[in-house]
Design a protein around this ligand. Sequence first.
Ligand SMILES: [Fe+2]
Length: 136
Amino acid sequence: MSLMEWTERMSVGVAQFDDEHKRLVALINDLFDAVQAGRGRQALGSVLDELVDYTKTHFAHEEHQLKKLGYASFEEHKKEHDVLTKQVIDIQRKYHAGATAMLSMEVMSFLKNWLVNHIQGTDSRYTAFLNEKGVR
Ligand SMILES: [Fe+2]
């Protein structure tokens, strides 16, 4: 069983960003699977690193597009990305510094909500703007 699933309800109406969101969902599921399988710190640590890296890459793509096209709520959106990035880096830092090779269920459901809430909240607000500019 996966922790989460990308569904149409999570679509932001832009193919590239939907694909990138699907990759983030897959990475969180990979992390969950590694936890469930009792995989060691190194395995978990590298999935976590990958999640942090891809989060930064994806946010940069959204920010580039939104800024380029003059999205009115750009600063607000960027601020939320900065907070989310800090949160995931914090989990990564604590994990690498910690004595335990586990990531709690609490951390896993935090990450799931962290992604879903951003996509269905803040991201969903750029759909009409980008579609109007011909970005789909
Ligand atoms: Fe976003």
